[in-house]
Design a binder for this molecule. Structure first.
Ligand SMILES: [Zn+2]
Length: 221
């Protein structure tokens, strides 16, 4: 079944999705991505909560499918409430264009709403093998104190402007030292990337520990 739709999740993003519904190829192993996502879920960095973001699911994890190719495996839309995913909950993004706001994908699930941001990272940084997008209030509100690379509060996510700003961040060299950025125009939105899921997750955990340290200093007066 082929489906074309304007995609609207988190109430903000609208892009053209050309999605082919079919099972994941047998060669795709979801165990590692699922394990790392489960840790993020336990920490509330990925999830779904009636008290946050109008009850919509948040956060997503992806992994490049083949080194040097742009395609990637990503957690599916509306999976935020699940602690553990199965093969039904993933999508493969085959190609994406931030400039045209379009995604071509396949799989049993449609890709997460933030697949375009993941696609930008993979196309700008050939050595990135994994991208993690979490919602972390502690890191986000300490973006300046942590001196994190960031996109401006006036730039809504899922827009061409966001894609261009992310591109500028890459070209500025800031992300070479610190492969993580905060999206100030997307509440609590943090993106980290690395040559493996393990490293990308650890980058987030380390920044979260720093943020928690800063907040203790503040409350200690
Ligand atoms: Zn988000």
């Amino acid at each position: 079944m082929k489906e074309n739709s304007l995609y609207d999740t988190e109430g903000v993003i609208k892009y053209r999705l050309d999605h082919q519904h079919r099972p994941l190829p047998a060669s795709i192993d979801i165990r590692a991505i699922n394990a790392w996502r489960n840790l993020l879920f336990r920490l509330g960095l990925v999830g779904q909560d009636p008290a946050r973001y109008h009850g919509l699911g948040y956060g997503n994890v992806s992994e490049r499918l083949t080194a040097n190719a742009h395609g990637f495996l990503i957690t599916g839309t509306q999976t935020g409430h699940l602690a553990t995913l199965n093969r039904e909950h993933f999508a493969m993004v085959e190609s994406a264009s931030a400039k045209q706001n379009s995604i071509q994908s396949s799989g049993p699930s449609k890709p997460s709403s933030e697949a375009l941001t993941h696609a930008s990272v993979y196309s700008l940084l050939p050595k990135a093998q994994a991208v993690i997008h979490v919602h972390c209030p502690e890191i986000w509100r300490n973006t300046l104190a942590l001196q994190l690379p960031h996109t401006g509060a006036d730039i809504p996510y899922g827009t061409l402007e966001m894609a261009e700003t992310v591109e500028r961040l890459f070209h500025s060299g800031q992300l070479n030292k610190r492969p993580i950025f905060s999206m100030l125009g997307h509440e609590d939105g943090i993106v980290a990337f690395a040559d493996s899921l393990a490293t990308a997750a650890q980058i987030i955990f380390a920044e979260l520990a720093e943020a928690l340290t800063i907040e203790q200093n503040m409350s200690a007066g």
